[in-house]
Design a binder for this molecule. Sequence first.
Ligand SMILES: Nc1ncnc2c1ncn2[C@@H]1O[C@H](COP(=O)(O)OP(=O)(O)OP(=O)(O)O)[C@@H](O)[C@H]1O
Length: 124
Amino acid sequence: MSGWRSREVRSFGYALRGVAEAVRGERHMRFHLVAAIVVAAVACWLRLDAEDWLWLIAAIGSVWVAELFNTAIERVVDLASPDFHPLAKAAKDTASGAVLVAAAFSAVIGFVVLGPPLWERCFG
Ligand SMILES: Nc1ncnc2c1ncn2[C@@H]1O[C@H](COP(=O)(O)OP(=O)(O)OP(=O)(O)O)[C@@H](O)[C@H]1O
């Protein structure tokens, strides 16, 4: 393997390890993983079309990305400011807020995409 390629493979490995470490260490990350599996199972059961799948994938992805950044920010804040500091608090609270906003928008997308076909399947 060329030097460039082995460097790329190594970087990819570090990135995957970062995701795995976040899933192992963060309760919320595991919750998002379970939620994504449940949503995908329901979407399969409802036989959603490609466009609906894209909306769900974008919603799930946005929550995962927000949670990964939140985890990274928490780690850096813990490293830089183990003692209480108002700026550390603001950084952590803002990072959690990003997850909350992503989760809220994703819940709306889930409701709009899954709601009508689910209603139809269950009560139609
Ligand atoms: N060094 C600090 N200085 C000031 N406030 C802090 C500090 N560390 C944590 N906090 C406050 O405590 C809250 C909880 O912090 P913590 O590190 O426990 O993260 P968390 O929100 O519990 O994340 P998770 O549950 O995902 O581990 C933060 O949102 C922040 O308001």
